[in-house]
Design a binder for this molecule. Structure first.
Ligand code: SF4
Length: 381
């Protein structure tokens, strides 16, 4: 069923292969931009015989350019944008007595599960679109204007670790002015298929950079790819906004690792902010049932459908339940974070430029129009 396919972390159910759609797009007269999710870069190399967790960001950008995309961008940029909006929403709810806990909303497998199973609690997830959908909305407005390309002449392709993102991109509310935010989603495995079909020697590629302005990202954005990363990234920003102080140690160890549910308490301006992280839908259900029953109190919760988060997504090279593969991908993600000079989303210069030139205030009118969404109560299955 659609829901199972949307939430299936192992992709055991039949998925539609979109490779031919992407080839058709590249060979059309349309302007085709591609974006790649944080978790793809630490797993794609496995399809070419590399060790799990090998970071292939530069080779991946080079391969995408060789495949013929007009621009090669990074979903990590949009992950930074997600933090700007999600941290703003959290601060707003905290300061104005809004509904808490806030739940992260970047995992469509989890969102669909929530819409079916917890439809009485639709007012607690963040209204933020997921990063690749935010990217699509910005590409077809801000970027299209800059490039002088009509939004209807632009095709946005997402390379995701995820099967559920295919379903997500078809949600009718995720579009603007008659065009969808994202037109085609392919998985990490499908990208590998394209690289092989094109006869590219992936292992020999020289590293290349992403294009700009939607290719610049921080360490906070890359950790979106692992369980605990989204809320850690949000904390790095929310802490500084609320305290007006510099956060020296950006690594929230208690939120890391493969335990099913993790917790941390962070003191902000004298208030204990309680955070929870869970991954895997069984763990998520147990936590949410406690919240529904009033047995657990948190300020913010991150939920990911796949065990390990997106590094263990259904579109990634198969890991056959080998947790050491997930751990090595996670280490790859954290090494990317440590290697970045900027590790807080609100310090991304391209994000600052986007707000200054186009969006206005974070969580403001234009941001709401482009970057936020709504949820639908669906029948329990
Ligand atoms: Fe997709 Fe990541 Fe959610 Fe898995 S955890 S369903 S890969 S968004």
């Amino acid at each position: 069923c659609g829901q199972c396919l949307a939430v299936c972390p192992t992709a055991a159910l039949t998925e539609v292969n979109n490779v031919s759609k992407v080839w058709d797009a590249i060979n059309s007269k349309k302007y085709v931009v591609v974006q790649t999710a944080p978790a793809v870069r630490v797993a794609l190399g496995e399809e070419f015989g590399m060790e799990p967790g090998t970071v292939v960001t530069g080779k991946m950008a080079a391969a995408l350019r060789t495949l013929g995309f007009d621009k090669v961008f990074d979903t990590d940029f949009a992950a930074d944008l997600t933090i700007m909006e999600e941290a703003s929403e959290f601060v707003h709810r905290l300061e104005h007595g809004g509904k808490l806990p806030i739940l992260t909303s970047c995992c469509p497998g989890w969102v669909k599960f929530f819409e079916h199973q917890f439809s009485d609690m639709l007012d607690i997830p963040s209204s933020c679109k997921s990063p690749h959908e935010m990217f699509g909305a910005v590409a077809k407005t801000y970027l299209a204007e800059k490039l002088d390309v009509k939004p209807e002449d632009m095709i946005v392709v997402s390379v995701m670790p995820c099967v559920a993102k295919k379903y997500e991109s078809a949600r009718p509310e995720l579009g603007h002015g008659g065009t969808k935010d994202v037109d085609i989603v392919i998985t990490t495995r499908e990208l590998a298929q394209m690289i092989k079909e094109a006869g590219i020697n992936f292992n020999e590629l020289e590293d290349q950079d992403f294009d700009n302005p939607l290719g610049e990202s921080t360490g906070a954005s890359v950790i979106f790819g692992t369980t605990g990363g989204v809320i850690e990234a949000a904390l790095r920003t929310a802490y500084e906004w609320l305290t007006k102080e510099t956060l020296e140690n950006v690594e929230f160890e208690a939120l890391r690792g493969l335990d099913g549910t993790k917790e941390a308490t962070v003191n902000i301006n004298g208030q204990d902010i309680k955070i929870a992280v869970t991954h895997g839908l069984g763990n998520a259900r147990a936590l949410l049932e406690k919240i529904r029953a009033g047995e657990a109190e948190y300020h913010a919760i991150e939920i990911m459908a796949c065990p390990g988060g997106c590094i263990g997504g259904g579109g990634q090279p198969y890991h056959h339940g080998d947790l050491s593969i997930l751990s090595r991908r996670i280490e790859g993600i954290y090494s990317e974070d440590r290697a970045k000079t900027i590790r807080k989303s609100h310090e991304n210069p391209m994000i600052k430029q986007l707000y200054a030139e186009y969006l206005g205030e974070p969580y403001g009118h234009k941001a709401h129009e482009l970057l936020h969404t709504t949820y639908t109560a669906r029948q329990k299955m």
